[in-house]
Design a protein around this ligand. Structure first.
Ligand code: DGP
Length: 118
């Protein structure tokens, strides 16, 4: 089933996860492999595989990713110190989960925007 990503299971609460925020459009929870003191994923409830697959009718949900990111950043106390929002698409960006999500990272200096190839 195309919609059956690990994130879809989290959204449907089939996998126990500490949900930080959920509404009719998006769901937020902590990344299982945090890259910073605050590392939260905000995912669209509709399974959109990549940013290549977004539709005009997704615009409300995509905007909601930002309003929820700002709300959570404030709650986590990183709104003034700063944070980074990342959306990866496909192989070269290292997208692992084919379900559109925004990373909210903060709580330390995050360094350069793009890592040099190793
Ligand atoms: P990306 O590379 O942008 O597709 O990021 C996927 C992120 O999802 C990665 O940082 C690890 C996280 N992740 C993968 N599986 C799970 C899971 O089962 N639970 C949680 N909380 N995070 C997960």
């Amino acid at each position: 089933m195309a919609d059956d990503t690990i994130f879809a299971k989290i959204i449907r609460r089939e996998i126990p996860t500490d949900i930080l925020y959920q509404d009719e459009l998006v769901t937020a929870f902590r990344d299982i492999h945090p890259q910073a003191p605050t590392h939260i994923l905000i995912v669209t409830n509709r399974t959109i595989a990549t940013t290549n697959d977004v539709q005009p009718e997704d615009e409300l949900a995509l905007g909601r990713l930002f309003t929820v990111a700002a709300k959570l950043a404030k709650e986590m106390g990183i709104d003034e110190s700063g944070y980074r929002l990342i959306v990866n698409c496909n192989r070269d960006a290292g997208q692992e989960v084919p379900h559109l999500h925004m990373h909210l990272l903060g709580g330390r200096r995050l360094g350069p925007l793009v890592a040099r190839p190793g």
